[in-house]
Design a protein. Structure first.
Length: 85
């Protein structure tokens, strides 16, 4: 049975993420892949050591792009909490 270890800091949502359902966790290694596919929603940190969701998708196109970035993220650290608010 799968169990989620919430104590692992890598699974925690970064504070910089815009409020909303999509976010990155501390597991990001700053590879930049997500930025190539979801440039309107992803941004790099001031020191370029990680990326975060700086704007939630505003339309279906942006959500599709962000989901593509999620699927390609090598660290699996772009998450969707399923809450549309
Ligand atoms: S694709 Fe994933 S690991 Fe790479 S920069 Fe984006 S969030 Fe970080």
């Amino acid at each position: 049975m799968f169990s989620l270890n919430l104590a692992h800091p890598g699974l925690q949502r970064r504070e910089e993420n815009a409020p909303g359902r999509f976010y990155t966790t501390h597991d990001c290694d700053a590879c930049g892949t997500c930025f190539l596919y979801a440039m309107k929603n992803m941004m790099y940190s001031y020191d370029s050591t990680y990326y975060f969701v700086y704007r939630q998708p505003a339309n279906d196109r942006e959500e599709r792009d962000l989901r593509r970035a999620m699927n390609l993220c090598p660290m699996h650290c772009i998450r969707d909490d399923g809450d549309p608010s």
